[in-house]
Design a protein around this ligand. Structure first.
Ligand code: CA
Length: 235
């Protein structure tokens, strides 16, 4: 399940602060990546799209405001939530940060629990499935604590990969994902797997989900990818 823990990129150059942030966010169940300057941050974002970025304003090489602008300019990362960390009293920084596209800001020094609460709040706003115990879509129900899946109240038996795949699609219903996007989000960026593997698992998922009397909710979009889509049921 680790790939579905929200992934937070910490961009901060002060080691004690990096330590404080990593410790508290990991304890709260987040996956952490760290960048110690602006260049590292841009590389990290390119390598693996985070679910949220904690961005310090005063950084060596590339400033926080510039990073924020570049992330917002890139269509791939345009919607990644950004919380900026600013020093007390730097009112201008906060305003410029929000103008550059940041979603929220936290003033240093901050209490770790307040920061974690802000991270959760931004994630809830931008990713509605965050923090839920179960997901439902159409006649599918997924219990995220027991990992039980049912369709039309009938239990569905899924392998771990099919479960993660379905969970990801249920978190973003109706959206079309390419094989590469599914690999990145469900399998993780570090593993090397052929995009065609996705087709194999989609086939298994369909086979398990399509109980007698139900329709196929997984839409294959030619040369684009797959989507979980109720509309198919109506057609
Ligand atoms: Ca700094």
């Amino acid at each position: 399940m680790s790939n579905l823990q929200p992934n937070v990129l910490i961009v901060e150059d002060e080691p004690p602060l990096v330590e404080l942030l990593s410790y508290n966010l990991e304890k709260a169940g987040f996956q952490i990546h760290i960048a110690r300057d602006g260049e590292e941050a841009l590389l990290a974002v390119e390598e693996r799209k985070p679910d949220l970025i904690l961005l310090d304003w005063m950084l060596p090489y590339v400033s926080g405001i510039e990073i924020c602008r570049r992330i917002r300019r890139n269509p791939e990362t345009r919607n990644v939530p950004i919380i900026i960390l600013t020093a007390r009293g730097e009112e201008d920084d906060r305003i410029r940060g929000l103008e550059a596209g940041a979603d929220d800001y936290v003033v240093k020094p901050f209490s770790p629990s307040e920061l974690v609460a802000r991270v959760r709040a931004v994630l809830r706003r931008t990713r509605p499935a965050f923090d839920k115990d179960s997901l439902t879509y159409g006649d599918i129900t997924m219990d995220l604590t027991t990992h039980r899946v049912s369709r039309n109240d009938e239990p569905v038996d899924l392998g771990p990969t099919e479960f993660r795949l379905l969970r990801f699609m249920m978190e973003h219903p109706g959206r079309v994902f390419s094989r590469e996007q599914l690999l990145d989000s469900v399998w993780g960026h570090d593993t090397y797997i052929e995009p065609r593997t996705v087709d194999v698992h989609i086939r298994r998922l369909r086979k398990a989900m399509n109980l007698p009397g139900t329709t196929d909710l997984i839409r294959t979009v030619r040369s684009a990818g797959y989507a979980l889509d109720l509309k198919e049921q109506v057609a």
